[in-house]
Design a protein around this ligand. Structure first.
Ligand code: HEC
Ligand code: HEC
Length: 448
């Protein structure tokens, strides 16, 4: 064991010379031949592996000089941003991305890069990077699929008071009618009956539509929804609830289980606290339907915030999927969404720690975009609709930009929209050293 420790203590790495040379560098007792950057990088990797092995044996921390840290962090940020971009574009890359985060997290721990001992420590130089990696790696833990600062179990225990489905939506008659396409009109009739007994301000707003974005977690091919907005009561601290049932396709009873809730409660300083929960229906043989938390049923969960940066999301349905008499309801719920203050996620997550979003200025940008449109961040920022930062969902963002809804109020032709979208993504994820994109520049601490 001692021998290994001695080896680590003796390991030396040489940053490459300004002018690349093939000169040999010597050190005792280990001879290291530095030929190129590649060998150098390989050396660091090897050192980390050896450190890791050694620390398993003796808990000896690895030591990287400041120069080595600089090279390691530059490479790590490139790997992180490159694999994040690949994962944004295709889920196939997720494994590789997660391995990168795991690797970075291990090195931070092993080399004690998060420890503040003096002014110039790594932790003081790269606070954004350290915090970002901490948050990303947290969401890789099996008990933190929601991506919050607490375990999924704790989150649901503490927030279920806000996200329960109102009793009248759980009545067996309603559940049965909402669970078949053919009986959806009956479900709506029941909702109208409930509304008849309610004061105007307390009435449910509801409509059915087809999502242009995604299927349900239990059935990726299921796009029909019934959305019911149940007004809250600020004085009594009762949240407003957006309850959304997945509706089976025609002639496919019991093919969708999901029902989701987003609960909205006014917070301090005109902010809005938003809480999430998915439920699954279970169709019993005797025709009865049981409904329970998806997570409680052991069916996993998703990080809602990856898509729901603005808390509630506006409804931008498949064209023609809303009946004309219900169209005003789509307008009404979107109006309601826009009237909420900036979204916060209670004490469970601070989206600011994920950095600036799409459409922020990229360092070195001379004159903004070629297309004269309002930059996304003029509306999508922490005090507005929330920054669109990684992790985020490509289907949602491309749909809003290429589908023609964003930037709000802009008149663009389809090819211009495609160009704008590509530009936005490149400005965000680029890793050129000379002109880093938004994410890389921020992680390097250059946007302070
Ligand atoms: C992959 C992106 C994505 C994820 C992840 C996601 N949602 Fe959504 N959600 C959407 C989109 C997009 C809409 C808007 C309706 C539509 O276009 O389908 C939406 C709408 C909703 C609605 C209707 C109210 C509203 O905000 O418009 C609820 C309720 C909801 N989601 C709950 C959840 C919950 C709970 C989770 C996490 C367990 C979650 N969602 C995760 C994309 C997502
Ligand atoms: C002038 C203000 C404004 C600008 C500029 C703007 N948006 Fe939006 N955005 C909104 C509003 C308001 C909504 C919600 C209501 C709606 O859809 O009409 C929204 C909704 C969205 C949504 C869905 C909700 C969410 O937060 O995920 C996405 C995605 C989006 N915008 C992306 C963009 C992108 C990308 C740009 C820049 C190309 C952009 N927006 C520019 C105001 C704006």
């Amino acid at each position: 064991m001692k021998a290994i420790n001695q080896q680590i203590a003796d390991l030396r790495f040489f940053p490459p010379k300004e002018k690349q040379s093939t000169k040999q560098h010597e050190t005792t007792p280990t001879r290291v031949r530095v030929i190129s950057w590649i060998v150098f990088a390989f050396g660091i990797a090897l050192a980390l592996i050896i450190c890791f092995a050694a620390s398993m044996a003796s808990a000896a921390p690895c030591r990287l000089t400041n120069a080595q840290q600089e090279i390691w962090v530059a490479r790590s940020i490139n790997d992180l941003v490159r694999t994040a971009r690949a994962t944004y574009q295709s889920e196939d890359s997720r494994k590789r991305y997660e391995r990168v985060i795991d690797g970075i997290t291990r090195t931070i721990k092993l080399c004690e890069l998060g420890t503040v001992t003096s002014d110039r420590t790594f932790a003081n130089r790269y606070p954004e990077f350290l915090e970002y990696v901490r948050l990303l790696s947290m969401s890789l833990q099996a008990d933190r699929e929601l991506g919050f600062e607490v375990s999924d179990g704790t989150y649901f225990t503490e927030t279920s008071q806000y996200t329960t489905i109102p009793d009248f939506l759980l009545a067996p008659g309603f559940l049965r009618s909402v669970s078949r396409f053919e009986s959806l009109p009956k479900a709506k009739a029941l909702l109208r009956e409930i509304n008849a007994g309610r004061a105007e301000s307390d009435r449910l707003i509801f409509f059915s539509y087809k999502s242009r974005h995604l299927g349900t977690p239990d059935n990726p091919n299921s796009f029909r929804r019934l959305l019911i907005v149940v007004p809250g009561n600020k004085a009594q601290h009762v949240p407003e609830k957006w309850v959304q049932f997945g509706i089976p396709d025609p002639r496919s009873p019991a093919s969708v289980r999901n029902t989701s809730v987003v609960a909205v409660l006014p917070g301090p300083d005109r902010t809005t606290n938003v809480y999430f929960k998915d439920y699954y229906r279970t169709y019993r043989r005797n025709g009865s339907i049981m409904i329970k938390g998806r997570w409680e049923l052991g069916e996993g969960d998703d990080s809602c915030v990856e898509c729901h940066k603005s808390g509630v999301l506006p409804i931008f349905p498949v064209k023609g999927s809303v009946s004309p008499d219900e169209q005003p309801m789509v307008e009404a719920v979107n109006q309601r969404f826009v009237s909420y203050g900036p979204a916060r996620f209670g004490k469970y997550l601070d989206l600011n720690k994920f950095g600036p979003g799409l459409g922020s200025a990229r360092p070195g940008d001379s004159g903004g975009h070629k297309l004269k449109t309002a930059p996304c961040i003029s509306c999508h920022h922490a005090k507005g609709l929330g920054a669109l930062n990684w992790p985020m969902d490509s289907t949602l963002i491309s749909s809003f930009v290429e589908g023609g809804r964003m930037p709000l109020g802009a008149e663009l032709r389809p090819p211009e929209r495609t160009q704008l979208y590509r530009q936005l993504i490149d400005d965000y994820f680029a890793i050129d050293d000379a002109r880093p994109g938004i994410l890389k520049a921020w992680l390097l601490g250059r946007l302070r």
